[in-house]
Design a protein around this ligand. Structure first.
Ligand code: NAD
Length: 261
């Protein structure tokens, strides 16, 4: 079945992995609602660019994924303006690196809200329409940190383990409704999120930038290469295909062998 005319909402898609997933879906003819923070004009221009490049409808919602009422508004707008949410990609995420005894409480709350609780809200709001249409794809961007831990990332690792559990639970609840629910778990992908955690990791571990890249980031990744955003986008498209219709509740690693070790 072609994905043309399907409608997708991709949270945290004005940058990095989310944008690559949105672009990959748009390339298959899927209309997309982008979401993400930042400059309103730049985000509107980005939506126009995606629409123009792929001949699809593309919109942007500025909803803050830490605010349940803004998530509700975004979901309503996606359904009103696109007609449905057939494909839901929960991708928005942030990081904070600090030892547990110094971990700022507001950072803990923010990471749990954005990286985990937002997916609870989007999923609970998207599932009724998917059930009614008998087709749906829910893809959660988890992380290698949904399977293994690293020091100084208490909130992130907790949220990512949480989203892996949420994925499995909703997969069981929707298994007979034509809906699949899976997570993609990348290792280190070169995006602004990774670049921005380098200074804090340098501080927390007393290392230079080069040492963080070589000895902390790529140390975990046996291939010694970063994953690309396009590779993650291609997996999301595959999960939407007929070939993947019996895959549900899975956690797909794309981590250069990190979690095999
Ligand atoms: P990124 O910083 O490039 O993009 C994050 C996106 O989320 C941006 O569009 C940003 O505007 C949006 N965002 C942030 N806070 C938001 C909020 N409160 N409300 C709405 N949108 C918000 O990051 P990325 O590396 O592309 O990460 C995307 C996802 O992939 C995250 O869930 C991250 O945990 C996960 N991930 C990333 C890597 C990696 O190495 N980059 C590895 C594994 C998992």
């Amino acid at each position: 079945m072609s994905l043309k005319q399907k409608n997708a909402l991709v949270t945290g898609s004005t940058s990095g992995i989310g944008l690559a997933i949105a672009r990959a879906l748009a390339a298959e003819g899927v209309n997309v609602m982008l979401n993400g923070l930042g400059d309103a004009e730049a985000n509107a221009a980005l939506a126009e660019e995606v629409a123009r490049d792929h001949g699809v409808k593309a919109l942007h919602s500025p909803a803050d994924m830490s605010k349940p009422e803004e998530i509700e508004t975004m979901m309503r707008q996606a359904i009103d303006r696109l007609g449905s949410v057939d494909i839901l990609v929960n991708n928005a995420g942030i990081q904070h690196v600090a030892p547990i005894e110094d971990f700022p409480i507001e950072k803990w709350n923010q990471i749990i809200a954005i990286n985990l609780t937002s997916a609870f809200h989007t999923i609970r709001l998207a599932v009724p329409g998917m059930k009614a249409r008998g087709w749906g794809r829910i893809i959660n961007t988890a992380s290698a940190h949904s399977l293994v831990a690293s020091p100084y990332k208490a909130a992130y690792v907790s949220a990512k383990h949480g989203i892996a559990g949420l994925t499995k639970t909703v997969a069981l609840e929707t298994a007979q409704a034509g809906i699949t629910v899976n997570c993609i778990s990348p290792g280190y992908v070169w995006t602004p999120l990774v670049e921005q955690q380098i200074p804090d990791t340098m501080k927390a571990r007393g290392l230079t930038k080069e040492q963080v890249i070589e000895d902390v980031l790529l140390k975990a990744q046996p291939t010694k290469q970063f994953v690309t955003v396009e590779q993650v986008g291609a997996i999301a498209v595959f999960l939407c295909s007929d070939a993947a219709s019996q895959m549900t509740g899975a956690n797909l690693t794309v981590d250069g062998g990190w979690t095999a070790a």
